[in-house]
Ligand binder design. Structure first.
Ligand code: ADP
Ligand code: ADP
Length: 227
């Protein structure tokens, strides 16, 4: 089954008013298992809207969405919340870690919400922190870590429940260029070693070129980048 499939997705804001904006106008997009795809778009093109719909954080006006071969288009809010936890990993430009919890706790919590035991969740958190080279920071709170470290913890949190698909919105856009390159490398290693499918939005064409395929979002539709 495809990891992710969007068919004919349309989305407008302020529908029916003078301020209506048609952001997505029939987006078709498919991600094979293990495929890592770049989504390149100018600011305001609708990439956050697209990622939010793919991640069950927002609903389209039209079109269908399948995750891991399951049609999730018509599901109710309860089922969507469950799938958001179990099947989708989300990474934002800013880490959004919980400030009062340690790095390890930030990775443990979503697993407990998804039904994991304390013991299994702690073991998984330790394994992930090791993979991103942050074992020594497990007991630190976000404020005691650098921007690059905070973002690496956010990667671990997104992967904690072994989702079917990872969605990332400018995952290193908040970091200085040198750190961004290095932290992006960590993300790619993590995604590749777990065999995860990922849709990663970026402005950075050098980073996009390191993925399997590059898609462009323009005029509300998605097209392959010219080779
Ligand atoms: P991107 O992530 O590519 O910058 P967005 O998906 O955030 O683009 O936004 C696409 C367009 O939709 C922009 O013109 C933005 O101003 C508009 N938009 C986004 N969210 C809303 C909203 N909640 N209400 C009205 N307009 C919105
Ligand atoms: P990165 O390349 O991950 O951005 P930096 O060069 O910013 O790392 O930071 C180097 C080291 O300094 C890191 O190990 C980090 O933990 C530490 N550090 C950075 N900022 C802070 C801070 N505000 N408080 C405590 N330690 C910090």
């Amino acid at each position: 089954a495809l990891a992710l499939e969007l068919k004919g997705i349309s989305k407008s804001y302020n529908r029916g008013s003078a301020a209506q904006v048609d952001v997505l106008r029939g987006v078709d997009l498919a991600l094979k298992p293990g495929e890592v795809v770049a989504l390149v778009a100018p600011s305001g093109a609708g990439k956050s809207t697209l990622l939010h719909i793919a991640g069950l954080l927002d609903t389209p006006d039209e079109g269908s969405l399948c995750i891991g071969g399951q049609d999730v288009t018509g599901l109710g809010e309860r089922a969507r919340t469950g799938l958001r936890r179990s099947d989708v990993g989300f990474i934002y430009q800013f880490h959004h870690l919980l400030p009062e919890f340690t790095a390890a706790e930030n990775i443990v919590l979503p697993q407990l919400a998804n039904g994991a035991s304390q013991k299994a969740a702690r073991a998984r958190a330790a394994e992930l922190l090791d993979l991103v080279g942050l074992s020594a920071r497990a007991g630190h709170r976000p404020a005691a870590m650098s921007g690059g470290e905070q973002q690496r913890v956010a990667f671990c949190r997104a992967l904690a429940n072994q989702p079917r698909v990872l969605l990332a919105d400018e995952p290193t856009g908040n970091l200085d260029p040198g750190t961004s390159d290095q932290v992006f490398g960590v993300l790619m290693d993590l995604v590749r070693s777990s065999g995860l499918s990922a849709l990663i939005a970026t402005h950075n064409l050098d980073l996009a070129a390191r993925m399997d395929r590059v898609l462009h979002l323009e005029d509300g539709a998605v097209a392959a980048a010219p080779q």
